[in-house]
Design a protein around this ligand. Structure first.
Ligand code: ATP
Ligand code: LTN
Length: 328
């Protein structure tokens, strides 16, 4: 069975974008692979985090994975920082990655442009290498992520190729899995921009735990054009195309089916259908989340998960250290 590895940063307020781009894929794929899904808490601290909030967000992330439908019998779920080999391998990989490669990472370049280098940590700059470590530590075959993470998986592939050429076959070559519909859900108020928990204003961004009336209001007031035709055209009709993407993904249908279904509808009717689809998806998740968040299940699953991954990661790390001559 091939291996799947992926994770999400617990920085609070998970968005509909992360659900469609990442978690929905985890849930659909996790039974067909040997799956390792983690909480990327070491990635969270690349930007400042408040201690108490971070702890809550880590627990929340696990409850959300479970509420969305990840089954612990079919996926190993764990917290990244509880396995020290992620950071251990990451350092070795950093010493085998070029500055030029990190300088090309568009996510960092965007943040640098917006916030200025004075306020950014070195960890934010090198985090794609930690991500590479997360992936190849477990010999992942596939990595389900949204479009914005594709470049980081490409970097991982370059690191693997270089390392294997230099030291002999050591790491598996991973491939990204990007969803067909919903790889890049846009902000509802600014549909040229990615829907994101840190960059979107709250009206443009649906959170997985938003109340029903809040979700409906955000979708009904999403920015669209004035031509009142439900046609997919990202260039000229970004707002309506984004809503079509959300609908297609949640209903598991193609975009041309959405066009046909709503050929006689106006924007108001279509938005209502999108709001219903989002609410019907999120409501059961929210109910399950409330049941799980305070249960002991979370710790049981995390204990089991970390027990399983540490020996795997240790073996890989020792193999790497041996190949490059570290230690005795
Ligand atoms: P931040 O704003 O803090 O950088 P984010 O909202 O972009 O966070 P992440 O936690 O970085 O979300 O993303 C988790 C996963 O969800 C990644 O695989 C990412 O590609 C995917 N993802 C995030 N936002 C979107 C989006 N708008 N559309 C599709 N996929 C997304
Ligand atoms: N960088 C990703 C989270 C992440 C990840 C990974 C995803 C960290 N390590 C390994 C897939 C595989 C993000 O969502 N910002």
């Amino acid at each position: 069975m091939e291996r799947l590895v992926s994770g999400i940063k617990p920085t609070g307020g998970l968005t509909l974008g992360s659900y469609i781009g990442a978690i929905k894929q985890f849930v659909e794929l996790h039974k067909s692979y040997e799956s390792y899904i983690f909480v990327a808490d070491m990635h969270a601290i690349t930007t400042p985090q408040e201690k108490k909030e971070l702890r809550n967000n880590i627990r929340d992330m696990v409850a959300i994975y479970l509420a969305c439908g990840l089954e612990p019998d079919n996926a190993t779920i764990y917290i990244q920082s509880e396995n020290p080999y992620h950071a251990q391998l990451s350092w070795i990989l950093e010493c085998n990655t070029y500055l030029g490669e990190l300088n090309r990472m568009t996510q960092f370049k965007d943040k640098n442009r917006k916030e200025g280098s004075k306020n950014l940590s070195c960890g934010l700059y090198t985090y794609p290498v930690l991500m590479a470590s997360d992936i190849i530590l477990y010999d992942a075959d596939v990595v389900p992520v949204g479009e914005d993470q594709k470049q980081h998986v490409e970097l991982t592939r370059n690191i693997v190729e270089r390392f294997n050429n230099k030291y002999g076959s050591t790491f598996k070559m991973p491939r990204p899995i990007i969803p067909e519909a919903g790889a890049r859900i846009k902000d509802l108020q600014n549909p040229k921009m990615k829907m994101s928990k840190s960059d979107s204003d709250s009206r443009g961004c649906i959170l997985l735990l938003d109340e029903e009336n809040v979700i409906r209001k955000k979708i009904m007031s999403a920015v669209t054009d004035s031509d009142n035709k439900i046609i997919f055209d990202e260039e000229n009709k970004p707002g309506i195309s984004n809503l079509m993407m959300i609908y297609a993904s949640l209903k598991d249908i193609k975009l041309d089916e959405v066009e046909r279904k709503f050929v006689n509808s106006n924007y108001g009717e279509f938005k209502k259908a999108v709001a219903d689809a989002v609410i019907n998806t999120l409501k059961p998740i929210q109910e399950k989340y409330k049941e799980i968040i305070n249960s002991s299940l979370i710790d049981e699953i995390l204990n089991k998960g970390i027990e399983k991954v540490i020996p795997l990661a240790k073996d890989k790390c020792l193999e790497v250290q041996e190949k490059i001559g570290l230690g005795r």
